[in-house]
Design a protein around this ligand. Structure first.
Ligand code: ARG
Length: 464
């Protein structure tokens, strides 16, 4: 089945008298990319052949020969023994051509009631579904790792930031649990996309369906789909399953990039909150003292190619007339690139989360700058003295200015200092000015108090 220099074209049979131009072949062939779907292609073909036999469309003997032959092709590919040929365009034609070499005539009956259009749609759905399952496992591992670290750091106190300015003290466990929430929603998005993806286009044929009495339920079930797709035109035209996957991956990548960014910032000398072991650090070729968080930086960067893949496929699909157009062949390269990136990113995230070592003293020391418990003081004025919050805010602001003037922390002001701004303040106020008291008081549901954090960890574990 070689496209040939002998004035014929065996792929397209009688209609063509010559093979393609070299550049035509270069732009048209997808085998360099879609060979990654070999397993899915062979699974789909075996299911299709068994169904054809069950429906009496081909003989049992032919189906058995096809099945055995495809098992051999699968084995050859797994062992790297099959040389893919560009002149055969894609994985579908390469597998079928090899099958023909092995089993002869019955191979020609495999493509009955099927087209490469429903075949590629099926293969690609199966491939994306496999990636979703790997991503889900990666997310589960990442969430599990974060929960373990959150438990260790339930009492560790560090500044919480808004605008990257110190805001209020929080616990590190609580901070890590924020990412557990994001990654749990990511899992939900992938699971949701998987549900819609999980219908079988196989048997839709080129675009209109087929006159053969196929049992599409049977092939759907054999391939682990929930059932067959309902419209043959849509079946071969739809790629929104891949778009949903790439959209979910893009959102996940933004979450990974935010976590990675904090790892970069926190491991900088200026912050000094965390460090990474040698296994997760790199050196500099010129500055011997350097210790760089390259893995976190690359994790931060991967969103570029993942969101790039999403926009690429979105633009490829825009405005395409029904049904199949060759444009859609461009779907796989970017999707595979994004899948590799998101799967590797998850593995790196699991590694980084397990590896970082917190410097608890440095975190606590950072809490002592920036008057992080000013809100606690204002809240005390409301609770103990009955001040309206706006007035309490004003009194506290005056005290912060006074502390700054004296180069002191709020809890280092004397009672006289405090009373110079509001005469009714008592020594009881000192109870709320420590960072420990501040986090312990934040008992509202979803708050940062250590016992809240422990309860949240337990709840998250039981969901995992
Ligand atoms: N390699 C093609 C793709 O990935 C397979 C489908 C080809 N269909 C066709 N009508 N030429 O889209």
């Amino acid at each position: 089945m070689r496209a040939a220099d002998d004035g014929t074209n065996s792929m397209w049979g009688g209609r063509f008298t010559s093979g393609p131009d070299a550049v035509m072949e270069a732009i048209n062939a997808s085998i360099d990319v879609d060979q990654r779907m070999a397993k899915q292609d062979i699974d789909g073909s075996r299911a299709h052949a068994r169904m054809l036999a069950q429906q009496g469309i081909i003989s049992d003997a032919d189906a058995a020969a096809i099945d055995d032959g495809l098992a051999t092709v699968s084995e050859e590919i797994a062992q790297g023994l099959l040389t893919f040929q560009r002149e055969l365009e894609d994985i579908h034609m390469n597998v079928e051509a090899r099958l023909k070499e092995i089993v002869g005539e019955p191979a020609g009956r495999l493509h009955t009631g099927r087209s490469r259009n429903d075949q590629v749609a099926t293969d690609f759905r199966l491939w994306v579904r496999d990636s979703i399952d790997r991503v889900d496992a990666g997310l589960a591992a990442l969430i599990g790792g974060l929960l373990d670290r959150a438990e260790e750091e339930a009492d560790t106190i560090l500044p919480g930031f808004t605008h990257l300015q110190p805001a209020q003290p929080v616990t590190l466990g609580h901070h890590l649990l924020a990412f557990v929430e994001m990654f749990s929603r990511d899992r939900g998005r992938f699971a949701d996309a998987r549900k819609r993806l999980n219908e079988s286009p196989l048997g839709s044929a080129a675009l209109a369906g087929t006159p053969y009495p196929l049992d599409r339920d049977m092939t759907a079930q054999a391939l682990g789909f929930d059932g067959p797709t309902r419209n043959s035109l849509d079946s071969v035209s739809a790629r929104d399953f891949a778009l949903e996957y790439l959209a979910a991956a893009s959102i996940l990548a933004t979450h990974l990039s935010r976590m990675a960014e904090e790892m970069v910032v926190w491991s900088s000398a200026a912050f000094g909150f965390i460090s990474f072991s040698d296994a997760w650090s790199t050196g500099s070729s010129i500055m011997p003292q350097k210790r760089n968080p390259d893995a976190a930086e690359l994790l931060r960067a991967k969103i570029g190619r993942i969101f790039g893949a999403f926009t690429s496929l979105l633009l490829t699909m825009k405005g395409l007339p029904l049904a199949y157009s060759k444009d859609m062949q461009e779907d796989k390269e970017v999707t595979f690139l994004a899948a590799d990136a998101i799967e590797l990113s998850l593995a790196a995230a699991v590694g980084l989360v397990g590896d970082f070592r917190p410097d608890r003293e440095a975190m606590r020391a950072a809490c002592l700058k920036g008057h992080l418990t000013a809100t606690d003081l204002a809240d005390w004025l409301v609770r103990a003295l009955g001040l309206p919050f706006r007035e309490a805010h004003h009194v506290t602001g005056t005290l912060v200015a006074l502390a700054d003037e004296k180069g002191a922390r709020l809890d280092e002001l004397s009672l006289e200092d405090l009373q110079s701004v509001h005469a009714d303040i008592t020594t009881a106020v000192f109870d709320v000015l420590s960072v420990e008291a501040s986090v312990a008081s934040r008992q509202s549901f979803g708050g940062t108090a250590p016992d809240r954090v422990r309860a949240a960890i337990e709840a998250a574990r039981s969901q995992l």
